[in-house]
Design a protein around this ligand. Structure first.
Ligand SMILES: *[C@@H]1O[C@H](CO)[C@@H](O)[C@H](O)[C@H]1NC(C)=O
Ligand SMILES: *[C@@H]1O[C@H](CO)[C@@H](O)[C@H](O)[C@H]1NC(C)=O
Ligand SMILES: *[C@@H]1O[C@H](CO)[C@@H](O)[C@H](O)[C@H]1NC(C)=O
Ligand SMILES: *[C@@H]1O[C@H](CO)[C@@H](O)[C@H](O)[C@H]1NC(C)=O
Ligand SMILES: *[C@@H]1O[C@H](CO)[C@@H](O)[C@H](O)[C@H]1NC(C)=O
Ligand SMILES: *[C@@H]1O[C@H](CO)[C@@H](O)[C@H](O)[C@H]1NC(C)=O
Length: 481
């Protein structure tokens, strides 16, 4: 009897161990972009990653305060050289300096676990018209060579995060097995792949089923998700029921066609936005991740590459200062809101339990006050002008077609614009005037679907700037009086 309960205990302990092991999904990372008007402190964000068992992160630069927050955490970090800095890296000495300052400096026990350097960000995007085509490969070579020379090349690999439009299947045979690199970059891609392969660096690609759906009229909605509802595409006996697999395998075929069919591939960005378009909403994001995460946990892979795929979700947080050239959804990719709170249930272990991620802790908010349209204002002639002003300097994308705030009346959307500007300006009272058209309110004017949010308090430095400024002005006034 006693033996029996002991073995039960044993099984219980073992299953606990297995469960806790399970909570860290092999291969799962997140993209942490920081193009937000109000940023969470790096330490808060790193704590969020730890609390959620996320062990890999992809950054878009090598900012010192961000990197320092990873010291001693063992979280794998991909640092990056933005496209605008690629040209500078054509000078080998400059590239060496970059590596010294932004990689090797952190390379010590208790330092930062830097694993990749991303050279550029989607530099061959068609819409860049070739602007970065000449610089990317030489910059990649200089960085990897500098890493090798510094003695960290075995651990730190340089790669180029590419967008999925560097490869395609021909019009006539739109099947993954016919995948080839885009003709205008095919030679370049071949040389790049060759170099990365020599250095055991992985290929990095961003795959966005949402963009396939957004960008092509008549795209079958179900094919963007993983629940198998779409009419399968037949390819040499393989059935493709989702665009993610088809896209990934088009890359596998493109690599094979240039002689590198076994090159490791990491998915640098994958995700679903929650606002800013008819298909960008919480329900679709839930549906997408409920398909993606179990496959990741089960090491499903794709038909041509079964097994584990290293993947970085895009993105960690909403970024209200990103360009909306690609579309209004661009500012709403976060699995967390702007303030680090989870938007929807998400189970990173792939078991699709109805659980939420752990949000950012100890977030400091500005006061509970909002700015709204004043319907008693005397002169309404400048209304449109003022609304445009607010929306130029703050994020009004939730007001757009198909978005969370599109169903308000005219007064409601003016108030939305005024409030988001006021919050972006740290609730500076002068930012709630709009030529007498606005007024302050202590009442939460949010609606069922539209959040009139309170911004997070900026870091001390940012608040200190206007304060220092007014000090200087006061000093000047004394001088002149
Ligand atoms: C290190 O990275 C930062 C941030 O991306 C960049 O501004 C800086 O120029 C880099 N340092 C060197 C020495 O290249
Ligand atoms: C690329 O070319 C198009 C059409 O000529 C132009 O509208 C666009 O601004 C260009 N983009 C860049 C980044 O130069
Ligand atoms: C890239 O190099 C080619 C050949 O030297 C040149 O014709 C082209 O203008 C360059 N492109 C850019 C964007 O600098
Ligand atoms: C504002 O409200 C009106 C409804 O009166 C609506 O037609 C309009 O599209 C809304 N959004 C914006 C950005 O003006
Ligand atoms: C305002 O109201 C909305 C909707 O009820 C709610 O979700 C939000 O938390 C409230 N905001 C504050 C700061 O209380
Ligand atoms: C509004 O914000 C609150 C948190 O303050 C959140 O719980 C709620 O889900 C949000 N509502 C919408 C419609 O985004």
């Amino acid at each position: 009897m006693w033996v029996n309960s002991a073995s039960y205990l044993m099984i219980w302990v073992l299953s606990l161990l297995l469960l806790s092991d399970n909570s860290k999904v092999e291969g799962l990372g997140v993209n942490w972009g920081t193009q937000a008007n109000h940023k969470l402190p790096p330490n808060t964000v790193v704590q969020m990653l730890k609390d959620n068992g996320i062990q890999k992160v992809k950054l878009f630069d090598a900012d010192e305060s961000t990197l320092s927050a990873f010291s001693g955490t063992n979280i794998e970090v991909m640092v990056a050289i933005p496209n605008g800095e690629l040209n500078a890296m054509l000078d080998y000495k400059r590239a060496q300096k970059w590596v010294e300052k932004n990689v090797t400096r952190y390379h010590f026990r208790g330092g930062v676990n830097i694993k990749y350097v991303a050279v550029g960000n989607e530099p061959f995007l068609k819409s860049y018209n070739g602007t970065f085509e000449n610089a990317t490969l030489p910059a990649l070579k200089n960085i990897q060579n500098a890493l090798n020379e510094a003695g960290v090349g075995d651990i730190v690999k340089a790669t180029v995060p590419l967008n999925a439009d560097v490869y395609e299947s021909p019009q006539g045979t739109p099947v993954p097995s016919a995948g080839r690199f885009r003709p205008d970059v095919a030679d370049l891609m071949t040389q790049m792949v060759q170099f990365m392969s020599q250095n055991n660096a992985p290929f990095s690609v961003n795959i966005y089923p949402f963009l396939s759906l957004y960008g092509s009229v008549g795209f079958p909605v179900d094919y963007a998700f993983f629940d198998g509802g779409a009419e399968p595409i037949q390819d040499n006996g393989i059935q493709y029921t989702n665009v993610f697999d088809a896209n990934f395998d088009t890359l596998v075929s493109s690599l094979k066609a240039v002689g590198f069919g076994d090159m490791p591939i990491i998915v640098g960005e994958v995700g679903w936005p929650t606002n800013g378009d008819v298909n960008a909403n919480i329900n679709n994001a839930i549906r997408f991740y409920r398909g993606l995460l179990p496959r990741l946990a089960a090491n499903t892979g794709t038909p041509l590459r079964p097994g584990n795929i290293e993947m970085y979700l895009f993105g960690l947080l909403d970024e209200d200062a990103k360009t909306i050239a690609p579309g209004n959804f661009e500012r709403h990719w976060g699995i967390f809101r702007y303030d680090g709170q989870p938007k929807f249930p998400m189970d990173l272990t792939g078991q699709n339990r109805d659980v939420y991620l752990v949000g950012a802790k100890d977030v400091k908010y500005l006061e509970n006050q909002w700015c709204e349209f004043n319907p008693n204002a005397k002169d309404m002639s400048k209304l449109q002008e003022n609304m445009n002003y607010a929306c130029t300097f703050a994020d009004c994308t939730p007001l757009g077609y198909g978005s969370s705030c599109q169903n308000m009346d005219t007064n409601g959307n003016i108030s939305y614009a005024f409030n988001v500007y006021f919050q972006t300006q740290n609730q500076n009272l002068e930012a709630c005037n709009f030529q007498g058209l606005a007024r302050l309110t202590m009442k939460n004017i949010s609606t069922d679907t539209c959040n009139f949010t309170i911004q997070i308090a900026s870091s001390a430095l940012r608040i200190a700037v206007p304060a220092a400024f007014s000090l200087i002005i006061t000093a000047l006034m004394y001088l002149f009086l």
